[in-house]
Every structure is written in structure tokens, then in C-alpha cells.
Design a protein around this ligand. Structure first.
Ligand SMILES: *Cc1c(COP(=O)(O)O)cnc(C)c1O
Length: 426
């Protein structure tokens, strides 16, 4: 929204660009859609694991003048002129990322975590090389060998998984597969596994077979920044991170690496897999890194994990089975079969009551992936909104009632009340 100060006549823009007069005048149709989206968000409880609420300061940087700057290349070596201030902004982002993650090298240009994975592979591998990564059925991301993704087409993936009894990563299997297939790279990290990889063990296995270790930690980037999760940076050759999700920055990727790999990582981003950097996103990342270095953010990360533990316990109390028995992160993946529903049905029932969570296939799942036997939830957004353990315990109970067939209307009314009480004030 643009606010005009009556006395001085100066105008300022708040962190609500969708509410600006300019947008309403130029495109009322789209402006109405965005207003409705803001309303939808305010009236629902958002538990999708990869989402969060970007801070107003980051939104301001995203909408700032660097959005128009063409800046192919890197600070001090651009293909375009007029980049001195863009260089300064990118150096700020790089320095802050290096300090926040204690990383020798940072590349802040990847447009997404998937494009950062592409660059990591491109820096280390040749087409046809072998990669050992968590199998998609057990929680690996598409970029870990899906045939629908570049990774599965260009590299030879072998998948490792979790044990059926305790749901934990089977490091003996990882070691055995590594020695058998001799991959050029090993990837650790998942979209749904709620425990931290044993980074030292993965490093040891990678060293035994002379493979690179890639840490794929888009889900937990914010926890690592806050010291609420063990950092892969001292162990991995390349760490692939996300600046949205828990970090609350712009939608984007981040690559951290050893000094030796710096040049190869940079070339794998530009010019190999991207053109000019989105300098407004780079600026937004700089802001997010500064915010993530504050005591407030560390407290946010701590509360996010504490809330997820309460959520996991609450879901167990109403009959679901949290994978691995709980969580070390913001993520809870739970088996809903004991309540007699599929993941897809659970997602539908909760959505009808304004509770947004994701269906999820489980390891050793016999249901088709489009249905899934589980749900996946995250506490990043609700914690940003100020909800805590009390609210998350209540939310677990509400989910239990919905899955047990309780009236959507009565649960929905309470969900709406909760959502509005903690609605984003931007
Ligand atoms: C979210 C996520 C991705 C994909 O991130 P995008 O920015 O949407 O490409 C990749 N890998 C992991 C482990 C993730 O959690």
C-alpha cells in the first residue's frame, strides 16, 4: 500500500505491494485475485511444510529498484555496465551467507533449490555418472533421480532408504550400496524425513568410495542457520539450500561449497544453467541472511522445532503414527492408516475445514502415490504467526477429529477463529 504523508507530501510503500493503488488502477482483475489470496491466507491455518511468510523487509527488497538491473556474471566481472551497486548488494548477500553458515564459498544466484541442485551436479559430474541418493519413495526430492526430472535422465541414480521398523536411514545399506555402485556423488537430505542426516557418517562413506558429498537441505536451511540443526557445511563438498521455506527469504536457492570448488560452482550457475541473476532476489536474500543471524530468529527456529514435537505427539495421541516416532525439525510425516483414511482423503477433509497440509506417500507404502498413506505437515508458517505449543496441541486434536469423521463445520469454525487470531498483519 502506498501511504502519503499529508504534511510533507512524500509517499512510502508498506510491505503490502498487492494492495498498492498502482496495481488496482492498472489491473483491477489481478489486484482482486491477490486481495482474495491474502484473505484466503488469513482465514486458513497453513501447515504445508515448504511454505512460510516472507518478512516485510524482504518483500520491500524484492520490490526495490534492483528488480530492473541486468547483471550477468559476478561482482567485479559483469557483462553489463552500471552494476556497481548491484555488485555491492550481491557481495553483501555472499558475505552474510558465508558468515551465517560458516562456509568458505557461497553462490546466491540460483533461482530455486532445484536449479541449485542442477548446478551442484553440473559442477561435479558428467552425464552418465552414478549418484547415490535417498530414493523418491522414501523421501528423496525429484532432483534425486526422478525420470520426470533432468536428474533421472542425465545421471545414473541408485536409491537408499529407511528401515521398515524404525523409519531411520539405514547407514549400513548406504555404505553397502556405495561400495557396490561406486557413485561419483552421494546426496543426503530429504523432503519428508524428519530427522537430521548423520553428516559425519555420510562423509566417511563418501571418502571410502572417493565420492563427493552433496547436502540437500532446502527443508532445514533455516534451522541450520539458527544452529537448531547440525550443519552439513563442515562435511559436504557442496550444500544445496533454499532461501524460502524456513529461512523466510525470497523464493530461491543457495549454494555453499569448499573454496576448492568455488570456481566450478560459480560457472555451473552462470553461464552453464542460468542467465542474468535476479538482482532483487539477491537483495532479498541479503536481507533474509541478516534477519536469520538475529537472536529473534534463533528463538523462532527453536520454537518451530518445539512446536513440531508437540504436533507429532498430539497426532500420535489421536491415533496417527508419526514416522520415526517424532521429529528433530519443523516436519512431521504421519501414517494415517490407523484412522481408516488415505493421505489424499485426510488432505481433503482438513482442507475443507481450512487446515492446509499435504498428503504424502510413506516408505513401504502400498497405496498409489496419488493417494498416499500419510500426511506431511510443517510448523514454519504458524510459528512465524506467533502460534506455539498450545495451539499446535489443539491443531493436532482438530486434525484427529476431522479424520475420525467429526463435522467439518464445527471444526472449521474453530480453525477460522484460530487463523484470524494469528493472521498475518502485513
Ligand atoms: C523444497 C525442496 C526442493 C525444491 O525446491 P524448489 O525451490 O521448489 O526447487 C528440493 N530439495 C529439497 C530437499 C527440498 O526440500
Amino acid at each position: 500500500m502506498t501511504v502519503t504523508d499529508a504534511a510533507s507530501g512524500t509517499t512510502t510503500t508498506t510491505g503490502r505491494p498487492w494492495a498498492s493503488e498502482a496495481l488496482h488502477r492498472a489491473d483491477p482483475q489481478l489486484a482482486d485475485l491477490l486481495a482474495a489470496e491474502a484473505e484466503r491466507r488469513a482465514e486458513t491455518v497453513q501447515l504445508l511444510a515448504g511454505e512460510n511468510l516472507t518478512s516485510p523487509a524482504v518483500l520491500a527488497a524484492l520490490g526495490g529498484p534492483l528488480i530492473d538491473k541486468y547483471a550477468e556474471g559476478y561482482p567485479g566481472r559483469r557483462h553489463h555496465t552500471g552494476c556497481a551497486l548491484a555488485d555491492a548488494a550481491e557481495l553483501l548477500a555472499i558475505d552474510r551467507a558465508r558468515e551465517l553458515f560458516a562456509a568458505p564459498h557461497a553462490n546466491v544466484q540460483p533461482r530455486s533449490a532445484t536449479s541449485a541442485m542442477l548446478a551442484a551436479y553440473a559442477a561435479l559430474l558428467r552425464p552418465g555418472d552414478g549418484v547415490l541418493a535417498m530414493s523418491l519413495e522414501h523421501g528423496g526430492h525429484l532432483s534425486c533421480g526422478s525420470r520426470a526430472n533432468f536428474s533421472g535422465r542425465w545421471f545414473a541414480f541408485t536409491g537408499y532408504g529407511v528401515r521398515e521398523d524404525d523409519g531411520l536411514i539405514d547407514l549400513d545399506q548406504v555404505r553397502e550400496l556405495a561400495h557396490r555402485v561406486r557413485p561419483k556423488a552421494i546426496v543426503a537430505g530429504s523432503i519428508s524425513h524428519p530427522r537430521h542426516p548423520d553428516w559425519a557418517a555420510f562423509r566417511e562413506i563418501a571418502d571410502e568410495v572417493d565420492a563427493y558429498l552433496i547436502a540437500s537441505v532446502a527443508q532445514t536451511t533455516g534451522l541450520i542457520a539458527a544452529g537448531a540443526a547440525p550443519s552439513p557445511v563442515p562435511y559436504a563438498d557442496v550444500t544445496v539450500a533454499a532461501t524460502h521455506k524456513l529461512l523466510r527469504g525470497p523464493r530461491g536457492g543457495l549454494l555453499l561449497s569448499t573454496a576448492e570448488l568455488a570456481e566450478r560452482i560459480d560457472r555451473a550457475v552462470f553461464p552453464f544453467s542460468q542467465g542474468g541473476a535476479a538482482m532483487n532476489e539477491v537483495a532479498g536474500k541479503a536481507v533474509a541472511f541478516a534477519q536469520a543471524a538475529t537472536p529473534d530468529y534463533r528463538e523462532y527456529a527453536r520454537r518451530t522445532v518445539a512446536g513440531a514435537r508437540v504436533l507429532a505427539e498430539g497426532l500420535a495421541q489421536v491415533g496417527m503414527r508419526p514416522l520415526t516416532g517424532g521429529t528433530d525439525t519443523h516436519l512431521v510425516t504421519a501414517d494415517v492408516r490407523p484412522l481408516g483414511v488415505t493421505g489424499a482423503e485426510a488432505e481433503r477433509r482438513c482442507a475443507a475445514a481450512g487446515l492446509l497440509l499435504g498428503k504424502s506417500a510413506l516408505p513401504y507404502d502400498s497405496a498409489p502415490p496419488s493417494e498416499g498413506s500419510g500426511i506431511r505437515l510443517g510448523t514454519g508458517t504458524v510459528t512465524t504467526q506467533g502460534m506455539g505449543e498450545r495451539e499446535l496441541a489443539e491443531i493436532a486434536g482438530l486434525i484427529g477429529r476431522l479424520l475420525a469423521g467429526d463435522a467439518v463445520a464445527s471444526v472449521g469454525a474453530r480453525v477460522r477463529e484460530l487463523a484470524l487470531a494469528f493472521a498475518d498483519q502485513r
